[in-house]
Structures are given as C-alpha cells and as structure tokens.
Design a protein around this ligand. Sequence first.
Ligand code: GLC
Length: 750
Amino acid sequence: MDIKALLAKMTLEEKASLCSGMDSWHTQAIERLGIPSIMVADGPHGLRKELPLENPNDPVNTLEAVCFPTGGTIACSFDRDQMRAMGKALAASCKAEGVSVLLGPAANIKRSPLCGRNFEYLSEDPYLTGELAAEYISAVESEGVGTSLKHFAANNQETRRMTVSAEIDPRTFREIYLAGFETAVKKGKPSTLMCSYNKINGTYSSENHHLLTEILRDEWGFDGLVMSDWGAVNLRPKGVQAGLDLEMPTSYGQNDAEIVKAVRSGQLDEKYVDLAAERVLRLVYDLLPSPEETAVFHREQQHQLAGELAKESLVLLKNQDNILPLNPSQSIAFIGKFAESPRYQGGGSSHINSFKVTGALQAAREICQIQYAQGYQTEADETDEALLQEAIRTAQQADVAVLFVGLPDAFESESYDRTHMSMPQCQNRLIQEVCKVQSNVVIVLHNGAPVEMPWEPSVKGILEAYLGGQAVGQAEAELLFGLANPCGRLAETIPLQLSHNPSFLNFPGEGDRVEYKEGIFVGYRYYDKKELPVRYPFGFGLSYTTFEYSNLSLDKTQMKDTDTLKVTVQVKNTGSRAGKEVVQLYTSSLPGHQKKAIRPVQELKGFQKIHLEPGEEKTVTFLLDKRSFAYYDPQLADWNVETGTYQIRVGKSSRELLLFQNVEITSSPRPADPLTMESTVGDFVEHPQVKQLLLQAFAQAEPGKTFEELSAMLSSSYVLQTPIHTLCNFDSHITLDLLRQLVEKANTLL
Ligand code: GLC
C-alpha cells in the first residue's frame, strides 16, 4: 500500500480521526478511502478478546482462551526459549481470532512488592526484563502479529496511577526504569509501545516529548507506533506533537476535534498529524489479517504448553530433609482450596476466560491417593473453624501434608496496590495449626508478588507457584512427585519483611507525587549494598539434582570499554537425575581511585539455562560488551565505563556466586570537562601538564617556596578538594588575576 499517496488524499479531519480508536479495541476505518481497521486485544499472558454484547448493559464477556503463566511467573524460568514458545502460541491464537496487536509484554520494574500489577511484570532487574520482553516480542512479531510493549514508562504502582508523577533522577530512570524497555525495543522490535498513565517528573507520558520522541525514537531508533493506555490521554494536540500516535480507546471524535482545532488555530503543525496518521496506516496495513488466514486456536495443545511453561517457572525455595519429591506410597494430604481451584492469574485487563483449569488435586490423583481438606475460604480473611479442624485432622493422619495457600484475588490486582505483604491471617493460622500436629509440611504458594513467611522455619518444603496459569496444577503435581525437576529461579528478591524493601519509605508516595528516593538501589541492588539478609535472594531456586561450576575463563584480562569480552564456564550435573541450571553472570565495579560513580555491588549481565543429564558437563559462553559494565552518567548524557578493575562473577544466584575473574577496563578518552575558577585543585592536577603549569606559575609567584613544598601543597587532600579561586586566601602571591590566567592557559592544555 502506498501510504504516502493514501495520506495525500486524506482531509485533516480524516487524518485526525485515525489518531484515536474507533471503539475500545479497533483502529478507525475510513470507508471513503477503503481504509480498514484492525483489532487489538490484551495480553499479556493470554488472549483476552472481548465478544460483542447483545445489548450494551450486558456484562463484558471474553473469548474462551488459554491463560499462560503470568509475566512474573514465567520470568522465573530465566529462559528465552520459554518466552518464545509462549509468544508463538499467543500469536497463533491472535491470528485465529483476527487480532492484529497483542497488548503486551508488560515490562515495568518491580519497585515495590506491593504493586498490584507485579504479577504481570517480569522482574526487579532491567537486564532480565529486557532480555525476556525482547524474546516475547520477537516471537509474536515473527508470526505477523504486533505487540505493544507496556507501560512506557515508570508505571510502578497502581495507587493514583492515572495522575501520579513518578519523580525519578535521570540516572535511575535510564539504568533501572528505561533499560529494560531499551533492550526490548532494540532487540525485540515491537510494532507498538503503550505509554503509561502516569506522569514522569511532572509530565504525562502521553504528552512527553523527551520520552516518546527524543529517547524512544531519536535515540533508540524506534520506528513504530505509540498508543496510549486506555484513557491515558490528557491534552491530545500536545500528545500528537510529543509522539503519541493513537489515543485508545475512542473519545467519540472529541479529541480528534481538538487536533483539528489546534491545527486550524496554528497551535499544532499539521506535519505531526501527518506523522501520527502515517504510523497508524502503516500499522493497519502491516498487520491486516490475511483473509486466507487459516490459523487455528488449538486450546488443548496450548493448555499442555501452559503446563510445560509452568513447570519451567515454578521455584523450589526449600526442601529440607529432601521432603520432596513426594513418594506415591506415602499417605499424602493436600490441604487448601487452591489445591482444588488454584489462583493462577491476576485481576484486571489481563484476566483470561480460561477454557479449563487443572488444579493440583485433580492432577495428583492421577498419580496416587490424596486426602483433601479445603482448610480455608477465600471470600474473607476469616477462619472457618470447621474447615480448620477438618484440615488439622486430615494433616495429622497423613505422612506429609502439602498446603496450597497464597493470596486471594481480593489481595492484589490491577488498579490497586497492597498495603502489606502478609498472607490472609486465616491461612497463616492454618499453617501454624497444621505444623503443630505434622512435622512434614510442604507449602505451595499462589501469589502474584512476595509474601511474608512467618511460618518458614516450621515447614520443610516451599514451592513458589506464583500465578502459574491455568495448567499450574499439572505442573505442581509433576514437580511435587518428581516427574519433573524444578528449575525456576526468583526474578525478584523475597524480603524478610516489607519494611526492608528500599521503596518502603516512599511507596506509594504522597498524593500525586511519588519520589524514587532509593535511586538505582532497587531489589537486590539494595539488599546487596546494604548487606541485608533476605528470605530468598534474586536468582535463587533449588533443584532435585546438584551442579558444579569450574574453569571460569575470560578471553582477555585487559580491554577497552569498546571491546567485547568472551566468558566461558563449565557446569556439570553432579547429581543422580537430569536437571536444568540457570547459569548467572554478574559484573561488579571494584573500588578504584579513578572511579567516582556510586555503583551497586553487582548487576546481572548474563544468564543461560542449560539442561544436563547426570554426569553431563557443558561449557556456557557469554559475550559481554560496554553496557555489561557501564552506568549512566547524566553529566555525559551517556553510558560510561570508568577506567579500573571489574569483576566477572558466575554462579547460581545473586547470593551464591561461585567463580570470579577480574578484567582491567580502560575507558575511551572523553573530552575533559572545561576548568573554571570553581574547579577544584584536584580537577586541575589530575591533568599532568596542567599540574606542571600550576607548579611553575606558583614557583614564580612564590620564589620563597621550594618545588617540593609546592608539590606537597598541591597533593594535600585538603587543597585538592578546594576550589582553585580559594588559593588566593592561602598566599598573597597567588592572586585572582594569576589564577584567572592559569585557568585560561590550563584549558588550552586539555
Ligand atoms: C488497562 C491497562 C493496560 C491494558 C489496557 C486495555 O487499563 O493498563 O495494560 O492493555 O487498559 O485493557
């Protein structure tokens, strides 16, 4: 389709009409020119396609579909291939149902465990987030279905999400809240992004030119379309100029009229409307479903896949006395409503109408006899004594009691945040009471975000199932009975208590202002820097086998920041059964006199999941580049690697790194900052030629002082951090005029 020619035929009103949806889920068609509309639908872990209503007052009904593990769960697979497999399945369902853009992945950073949408988000770490989001995007897009990377950017809470301003310093914004999006855009190449509701440093994302044009397009090279979150538009003409192409959902022509009015009045240059309309047209014609589309939505197949993905993602947190895997010959009790009807997804726009759900009880009874007791109800956080007593009896009579507990729907969802990290008290009490009568207790958790675990010391096993999708019960049964070997790793830290979390003092902020005062110290970056104990660390997860690491080697030990570094390590399965290991690589900037930037202790910069048969050994290779070592320097407005020593750390989790190797990195020369009268003496003498200039000038001005005395003066820590203009207070011979001349001469030597 010749988009430019089509655009040339359009009136201003028609172009403006393209800049908003036709309804909640379709772009605007233009009959006069034969321009069709395409459909978008949520995402991100299943197809949520709204069905036409018989009459407008009917409750919303959505297509029966397949609910995969939510983002927060599948991120624990630490496996690009799993993300890819889910993406391809999602694309197939979209094609079968005529959906052109899937509204996902959701890639916001988990700043606080309280955020109601953490179940949809991937991680507290931007590297893991970016890598997995990129894989999801490229998988879906490779099938000819568009994605909408969301919510761009800094949508890290639900409290007042449509009006709150996220106050973030430039370095934190780049390193933590944008870096995942940057990787996802550059590597995944999404057709669209969805801008977030919130403001960033006082400007709505939906009209934030710095965000949507300067960073996203000019710097990152994004050439697709930006749509708004539903109802995120504030001033539509300002948004068009900022780079927001499509308002969703429709505003029934009202904001289109605002665009026309702004152009007619000279407030808005029509070229911005042309740009936005052109991007909408490109999206429509690029993603128009082909009429001969024969894709079929294989629900049963995808249900199986959902179970496989969950198996790869669930995290074994504790396995004391090897209580797991269970033995079918044991007398086993499953306690808890979530065993029969698991909580497997979150509330809000991502909620999928699952065509079927497999609970652990149903799946386990395919393996052996299981005693069951409901244990609690989820309608309210109140103990049902009868259920409790029945659960205690059932647990007492068994060899092992497996308690399926976690957060009911009411505890966490899109549109509100939690105010605490506790599980329902009635469930904590159930666990406590059961532990009094049964020493072999295993906990299976269903929760979209971390919970406090006061009962942890009393139980022998903990399997974190997060919100594992509609087939989570199948995965739980296979993992509990050892038919599959757990291989998930935590994509977020589980703190001992909420108040340990770095955002605790500033979440969710005050009114419409939330300050990210913890800066870059989010998640493990904080807990590691503060050397805080945690319940379970980032990257942690157990297996039913063991792995050994050896021979960490680098292909160089000296490099420039523009070089790449090849890292290899050998990993061996030293146990008696096959398993998968997530080999993690962190980089650490070791302290050095030339280094000024405050850095986290270490940062994840590589991960690979490998399958190993018993006794099998593999070599894992990582390729690192500048961004593996860099921090964002706002003064330079660029990523920077300071000259000095860096350490490569490889291991099983952020708190279990096993092998270390150092590399010396020399930073590319950058133009030195100009020297002024306010520059410190240290700023001057770090340039050898300038130091000589000062010594000569001072020797002339002060013949009574020896060279050594002057050198000593220029090396004292007190003088080094003194602004140079202050030297006139030290010595009457060092005049302001002399200093001004020196500043001028010194700058010619830089
Ligand atoms: C919601 C969500 C967004 C979703 C959109 C459409 O408010 O924030 O993730 O895709 O609206 O349902």
